[in-house]
Design a protein around this ligand. Structure first.
Ligand SMILES: [Fe+2]
Ligand SMILES: [Fe+2]
Length: 357
């Protein structure tokens, strides 16, 4: 960890005091509530990918990432109001994985708001999730903020219901990267209609936080860092002046600005993904509107895992505290058009990505 900002000073900055080990989770501080000066925090844990080996044997690294994140939340003083779980609790959506993941999550001292990931969905199409966790999409209000949880990992009915001989096969196809048999994620008509209706009761200047698993924009299709009807979802959100979109799925430092919509990714408790540009052999589909990103070495082993702390009181400041790399601060101050890395956004200061594979 860097000398500039040890985890202890980071936690102090976050108003949190604990002596536990560095773990992957995020903390969001919100000060846009109805009452002046009212602040609250919520924590964010994502992409645990609990994986069964056989019987009661699970991949320990992934278990430990989630366990540590849960511990960290419990150590926080004051306690966050709730935890958002950003999706991919399971690896291949098995009941055993969910049960094991829930066993770890049940130690949390605060309630959980669940967002579903594709690894949770494509085996039983959300059956277990709806029984034990939450509806597939929903909204709620908390201290003056309207929260919307979207299920952004749906796809064509044809692909979902007709293409695969077994649910297991369907899950394996959706869980792979660079898979020509995969299918792009979508929010789909029914949910977009619901979103429109849900937001109709919200004032245009009201603060809204949208929680999705995949980014609600298009980065790279072969990895499903992509939501196919993103533009249509963005159009529904466009009339609202204070929208932040927080997501998981990409297991890396990622941020973007499209029109008035700001996007921030949280990291994973399981493993990091490299940046698309450093890995894929397929052409990179980075759209023009994506804010160029940088991290010193985009493939430090644990670079997609670490701490995140977002402050939403004045603009958006996202501190990324990486385990084996320089901390990053991504900031969008009032009046700024897009979030920017405070140190490395200038192309002249960027360190070329390290090539892998
Ligand atoms: Fe994931
Ligand atoms: Fe995912």
């Amino acid at each position: 960890m860097s000398k500039k900002m040890t985890r202890r000073t980071f936690l102090k900055a976050a108003g949190v005091f604990t002596a536990a080990a560095a773990v992957p989770m995020g903390l969001v501080e919100v000060a846009r509530g109805q009452k002046p000066g009212e602040k609250f925090t919520f924590a964010y844990i994502s992409d645990a990918h609990i994986t069964q080996i056989k019987g009661s044997e699970f991949v320990r690294n992934f278990d430990n990432g989630l366990k540590k994140a849960v511990l960290e939340v419990n150590f926080m003083d004051p306690q966050p109001d709730f935890v958002v779980f950003g999706g991919d609790l399971a690896q291949i959506g098995k009941k055993e994985e969910f049960e094991h993941g829930l066993e770890i999550m049940k130690d949390l001292t605060v309630p959980v708001k669940w967002v579903m990931g594709e690894h949770d969905y494509y085996l039983d199409l959300g059956k277990y999730w709806q029984e034990k966790m939450s509806p597939l999409y929903y909204s709620f209000d908390h201290k003056g903020i309207h929260f919307v949880v979207l299920n952004s990992i749906l796809t064509d009915d044809d692909w979902t219901y007709k293409r695969w001989p077994t649910p297991e096969e369907r899950m394996l196809q959706m869980a792979r990267l660079d898979n020509p048999n995969g299918s792009p994620f979508m929010v789909k008509d029914e949910q977009r209609a619901w979103l429109k209706k849900d937001l109709a009761k919200v004032k245009q200047e009201a603060p809204i936080i949208v929680l999705s698993h995949s980014p609600l924009y298009k980065i790279f299709k072969p990895w499903n860092f992509w939501t196919d009807d993103a533009e249509q979802v963005q159009a529904i959100l466009k009339p609202y002046m204070n929208v932040e979109i927080l997501h998981g799925h990409v297991h890396q430092v990622l941020y973007n600005q499209i029109g008035n919509l700001t996007f921030n990714a949280f990291m994973a408790t399981a493993w990091p993904w490299p940046y698309v540009t450093t890995y894929s052999q397929l052409p990179n589909k980075m759209p023009a509107l994506t804010v160029p990103m940088n991290r010193a070495d985009p493939f430090k082993e644990r670079d997609g895992t670490g701490w995140g702390h977002i402050q939403l009181p004045t603009g958006i400041v996202h501190h990324y505290e990486l385990w084996e790399n320089q901390p990053r601060t991504v900031r969008k101050a009032p009046g700024m058009k897009q979030p920017e890395d405070t140190q490395y956004q200038d192309p002249a200061k960027r360190i070329p990505p390290q090539k892998h594979y």
